[in-house]
Design a protein around this ligand. Structure first.
Ligand SMILES: *Cc1c(COP(=O)(O)O)cnc(C)c1O
Ligand code: SF4
Length: 411
């Protein structure tokens, strides 16, 4: 049976399939200069001038695969807008921050961000196969275009070893799968050897931008270190090519669940219709829509930002209208390092002590009556004794618990 493949740009027509399908070839032949780009797509004057300027500050790199799925004639192509710089990146925006999520502040060791009680983010590389123009971590991603040296990772592993509260480690970057199998295995094996690390998640955009990276060999290797989850990053239904579908299927068939973390991007996917097509496409290939991120305040990406209200509108157009499993959580990663906060349309209309009035997606109002006996405390002593590290009373949870009657912000 013929395997269906995406159209290749004429620029790479003569490349043998064995090279084209080799992720190392794709990474080695990334489009990194204006001249190379012009051999693939027609640039507008505006793009040409912008690129020259932007490349002085930020790296451009586009895999031949991803470049081939761009529309060569349309500057508004959603694939192209994610990969090709424009002059807008050199225009300071009104909310711009160098490190909007204060990751540098929350680094407990080089390359390790520990912000939430029980999970931590390990930055293993600053390299990606394609550099997204809207990258939230653009202050460091692409700077050296290399994995972090082994010696530089040691302190992060040691921190994790002595911090039993961390039960979930996100291996990210950059792109966790830009490393070769051996290097990736050394990291995953090291984490798996820490008994309290229950879950390992890999953050990778390769299924969307370099799907050849997902090979039977890497899936087989990762299977030895279960439970492993992959969080990938598709933003537009156009990215769900036969190659991308195959990459996701390899993970899922190999027993590695895949979830998607999309970013809401102005003029790329800022529409309920596009997001709905995206999540339906993802569900068809067994990729669970996990998050839809509000675009962060990183430098030079204001042109990609929407008001938060756009995301709320998109959520309104999903919840109830389609499968609950297809609805991602829309989140704002709070500037200053407050972490991810979900934002929803309002479904609770009003309430008193025994009735809550809710509305549904069609504007139907209903009352939910509380039970007569509202005491629903469970005994938790045994569970607490069984897993003491899982208990976390932080922030508002302390008010519920009654060990505080108020929390006052320092400022
Ligand atoms: C996003 C993120 C996580 C993981 O968050 P989840 O909501 O559990 O997916 C962990 N640490 C940091 C610093 C993060 O930014
Ligand atoms: S793949 Fe992720 S880390 Fe890499 S450039 Fe894109 S958004 Fe940034």
């Amino acid at each position: 049976m013929a395997v269906s493949v995406s159209k290749r740009s004429p620029r790479w027509k003569g490349v043998p399939a064995k090279d084209w399908n080799d992720w190392r070839w794709q990474v080695r032949h990334r489009v990194t200069t204006l001249e190379e780009l012009e051999a693939v797509i027609q640039l507008t004057d505006e793009e040409r001038q912008g690129i020259a300027k932007v490349l002085k500050k930020y790296r451009m790199a586009i895999t031949p695969y991803y470049a081939s799925i761009m529309d060569p004639e349309d500057a508004a192509c959603p694939i192209r807008m994610q990969a090709v710089p424009t002059f807008h990146e050199s225009v300071p925006g009104r909310g711009d921050m160098h490190d909007p999520l204060a990751e540098d502040r929350d680094m407990v060791a080089p390359n390790l961000v520990h912000r939430y009680p029980d999970r931590a983010l390990l930055i293993v590389t600053d390299q990606c196969s394609m550099y997204c123009r809207f990258c939230t971590r653009r202050r460091l991603v692409g700077a050296v275009d290399k994995p972090r040296p082994r010696s530089e990772m040691e302190a992060a592993f040691e921190y994790l070893e002595r911090t039993p509260a961390v039960r979930d480690v996100i291996v990210s970057g950059g792109d966790a799968l830009i490393m070769d199998d051996d290097r990736l295995e050394s990291i995953v094996a090291r984490l798996r050897a820490i008994s309290h690390v229950e879950v390992i998640r890999l953050g990778t955009r390769t299924p969307a931008v370099c799907p050849m990276r997902v090979t039977p060999a890497v899936v087989k290797m990762l299977k030895n270190y279960q439970p492993i989850y992959v969080n990938t990053h598709f933003n537009h239904p156009k990215e769900l090519t036969p190659e991308a579908v195959r990459a996701c299927a390899l993970f899922v068939d190999g027993g590695i669940p895949v979830a998607n973390q999309a970013v809401l991007l102005r003029h790329v996917n800022s529409s309920g219709v596009i997001i709905k097509n995206l999540v339906h496409g993802l569900m068809k290939i067994r990729v669970r829509p996990y998050y839809l991120f509000q675009c962060d305040l990183s430098e030079g990406i204001e042109h990609f930002r929407t008001p938060i209200s756009k995301g709320i509108e998109i959520m309104e157009m999903l919840r109830g209208h389609t499968s609950g499993m297809a609805v991602p959580t829309f989140v704002v990663d709070l500037p200053g390092g407050g972490g991810k906060v979900p934002v929803f349309p309002q479904y609770v209309i009003t309430q008193n002590e025994d009735r809550l009035i809710l509305r549904n997606y069609r504007g139907y109002f209903a009352v939910y009556k509380a039970p007569e006996d509202t005491n629903c405390d469970c005994s938790t002593e045994n569970e607490v004794a069984r897993r003491p590290h899982a208990v976390s009373y932080e922030g508002l949870a302390r008010l519920f618990r009654g060990d505080k009657i108020s929390i006052e912000p320092k400022e």
